[in-house]
Design a protein around this ligand. Structure first.
Ligand SMILES: [Fe+2]
Length: 372
């Protein structure tokens, strides 16, 4: 008897819209539905009444209805309107400089400054207001939020946007909350010990220059750092891999918004049994691998390649929301990673061709040996 086939999907039936989709339509800004953005620095934005700046939603196919992404630009010398909302939001500053004020109570306001490359998250449901610090240049940022999960679950916009509850366990209004200091977080979940590369902080001054730690499990001399920001349930990380190398393929849940911070190369992305898609990237490119699709990142340039991944959930501190994938364990051992020795030969051939075009030498021989 044939095995029953079950197809899982996050898509809503033809013609049906989720509560989140309906809310997006009422925001009155462009909605870009795509798989890949070549350059977030040049995406066209339009006036956004609720925020008081210019904006657009980047509705990435690989995000499903788990998390979303939007961009916002603050005009020179201007500020956005104060906001608060019952979903988590992680902000990456693309260009410009400015400041953010955060408060639960008027008398406990605190302000911190940011610049291009900064990363932070206004704690859940705190009031926050962003200011452009320049009188001549716009300030542009990108944010990934859990709005789809929260709006679809509660489907009550009043509760999401006009809720007085103060999460004092997330934001205690202590001075220095956003001073950029941090500590290495270590933990244990059902016997699974974390590597020491989780940095707990509430402000990263410059993700492009942040010092990373060795991360050999994902191959080829790579390094990374994972962040726990503002007691969030969502997480993010920075990953870097050397010239002449590429990472092992792996897969996981939806919503990891991969933003290239530096270098150039390409990613291969494919679901089981389907043709491989190839996306060329450089600083400012963004791609989101859909749930359970294999993906693999290649440095084809002549400097280290670095990206920031703003993810859905995945906090090491607050676990249990999302399915756990063992993204750094061999798939032959039940994990979700393809070892170098098991990859298709065409993968190596494409990499050789890409390097040859730029006159860069492959550094992969020693990594193939280790992985054999
Ligand atoms: Fe990934």
């Amino acid at each position: 008897m044939a095995k029953p086939q079950i197809q899982e999907t996050n898509e809503t039936p033809e013609g049906a819209k989720s509560s989140y989709d309906k809310w997006v339509e009422t925001e009155g800004i462009p909605v870009i539905r795509t798989f890949f953005i070549e350059d977030i620095r040049t995406v066209h934005l339009e006036p956004w009444e609720r925020k008081g700046g210019n904006g657009a939603f980047l509705q990435m196919e690989g995000a499903g209805q788990v998390n979303n992404c939007y961009m916002c630009e603050i005009a020179p010398g201007k500020s956005l309107k104060p906001q608060r909302q019952l979903f988590e939001e992680t902000i990456y500053v693309i260009s410009g400089s400015g400041a953010t004020t955060v408060w639960n109570h008027e008398n406990q306001k605190q302000t911190f400054e940011w610049q291009s490359g900064s990363l932070f998250s206004p704690p859940l449901n705190t009031w926050h207001q962003l200011y452009n610090g320049s009188g001549s240049e716009p300030a542009r940022y990108l944010a990934v939020t859990t709005a789809p999960t929260m709006i679809n679950l509660l489907h009550n916009l009043d509760f999401i946007f006009h809720n007085d509850f103060a999460f004092n366990d997330r934001f205690d209004a202590r001075q220095g909350y956003f001073n950029g200091e941090g500590t290495l977080f270590s933990g244990d979940f059902k016997g699974f010990k974390f590597a020491g590369n989780v940095w707990e902080t509430n402000f990263v001054p410059d993700a492009r220059g942040f010092k990373l730690m060795a991360y050999n499990e994902r191959g080829a001399g790579g390094s990374n750092i994972k962040f726990e920001l503002s007691e969030n349930t969502t997480a993010c990380h920075i990953s870097e891999f050397p010239v002449g190398t590429y990472k092992k393929a792996h897969r996981h849940g939806a919503g990891a918004h991969v933003i290239v911070l530096g270098g150039e190369g390409y990613s291969l992305i494919w679901p089981d049994g389907a043709p491989i898609k190839k996306y060329q990237w450089h600083e400012g490119s963004m791609v989101v691998p859909p749930e359970n699709w294999w993906h693999q990142h290649f440095n084809a340039g002549n400097r280290p390649a670095r990206y920031l991944a703003l993810r859905a959930f995945g906090s090491k501190k607050y676990q249990g929301v999302s399915k756990r994938y063992q993204g750094a364990v061999d798939r032959k051992k039940g994990g979700a990673q393809i070892e170098y020795g098991d990859e298709e030969l065409i993968v190596r051939q494409w990499f050789q061709e890409a390097l040859a075009k730029r006159g860069v030498e492959s550094q992969m021989a020693k990594h193939y040996e280790k992985s054999a």
